[in-house]
Design a protein around this ligand. Structure first.
Ligand SMILES: Cc1cc2nc3c(=O)[nH]c(=O)nc-3n(C[C@H](O)[C@H](O)[C@H](O)COP(=O)(O)OP(=O)(O)OC[C@H]3O[C@@H](n4cnc5c(N)ncnc54)[C@H](O)[C@@H]3O)c2cc1C
Length: 274
């Protein structure tokens, strides 16, 4: 395992062995009204590795919830656009080798196959997991951190909170439906968490995240670090605000995780990254 940071980037990248694993649901917990925790296990998990807070994998779902899972031969698989398979990105919330469980926290919604699968997930069902391909380790020595998420970014945001040193200044903004959708987060000295409730508004339709960030003065001292994972329009608006306020683009690790109205959104597209 060799870690390297590309020139000028503070993010260390660790290439990992890319394998497609067939795993079985071992446990399902209700983390909140809209997020279900799915613990996966099985012999294929042997050798799994993951180190970074926002490391993610491609998850293969059955064509319909309850249908048998067919997995491709990775060598001939046509990629995420291959219509024969339903594949979506999910963050590795935790993987502890000793417990032999890979844990995903999945937003439940009725708009897409993965959201619908999460709603009915049950012990004994199967998913395919390809990756992570690379572990990305962001800096943990910054003067301050700004973390921004909706339900889909919550697993990575929680991972960040678990990894940052005690006492460092952290502002976290999380948009969810209401108090019933909040999840327990690590309590840390120096961390302020603002839960933003969209109420009856559709997910991805509000400006709660960019408005809250824009109303927050940037902490003095620096440099800081900004991580965001949420609906693409919200992430883009936050990015624009921060760059206009002079935050160095190299201090931004921000990705549109999904796009309202777009199925199978590409998180590497300019719309997600720009
Ligand atoms: C790097 C990365 C890590 C991610 N990690 C997680 C994670 O840990 N947990 C998690 O829950 N999600 C995560 N996501 C987001 C998840 O991949 C998307 O939400 C995905 O689109 C869900 O697939 P789907 O089949 O339900 O919907 P799709 O078929 O992709 O889309 C169908 C419709 O559903 C809408 N839609 C998609 N997601 C949502 C949503 N969350 N709420 C409301 N409407 C939605 C779309 O806008 C579209 O109109 C991550 C995404 C990326 C890129």
């Amino acid at each position: 395992m060799t870690a390297h940071a590309p020139t000028g980037s503070p993010v260390r990248k660790i290439p990992l062995d890319l394998r497609l694993r067939r795993l079985t649901v071992q446990r399902v917990d209700e983390l909140s009204a809209s997020v279900r925790r799915v613990a996966l296990a099985g012999p294929d998990l042997a050798g799994f590795e993951c180190h970074g807070p926002s490391d993610h994998a491609k998850v293969f779902f059955p064509a319909e919830p309850g249908a048998p899972l067919t997995l491709p031969d990775v060598a001939s698989w046509g990629g995420r656009q291959d219509p024969r398979h339903v594949v979506r990105e999910y963050t590795v919330r935790t993987y502890v080798p000793s417990s032999d469980e890979l844990v995903l926290d999945m937003a439940v919604h009725a708009h897409g196959p993965a959201g619908r699968w999460a709603a009915q997930a049950a012990v004994g069902q199967e998913l395919g997991v390809l990756g992570p391909k690379t572990s990305k380790i962001g800096p943990t020595d910054r003067a301050w951190y700004l973390l921004v998420a909706d339900e889909t970014g919550l697993p990575a945001l929680t991972n960040w909170l678990e990894r940052l040193p005690r006492g460092v200044r952290v502002h976290a903004f999380v948009e969810v439906g209401g108090p019933q959708d909040e999840v327990p987060l690590p309590r840390r000295e120096g961390t302020q968490v603002a839960w933003l409730h969209r109420g009856d508004a559709e997910p991805g339709s509000t400006t709660l995240l960019p408005d809250a960030v824009a109303a927050t003065p940037l902490p003095a001292g620096g440099p800081g670090w900004v991580w965001a994972g949420a609906e693409a329009g919200a992430v883009r608006a936050v990015r624009r605000d921060l760059t206009e306020r002079g935050v160095d683009r190299k201090a931004l690790s921000m990705t549109g995780y999904w796009r309202r109205g777009v199925a199978n959104f590409d998180h590497k597209s300019p719309e997600a990254q720009g």
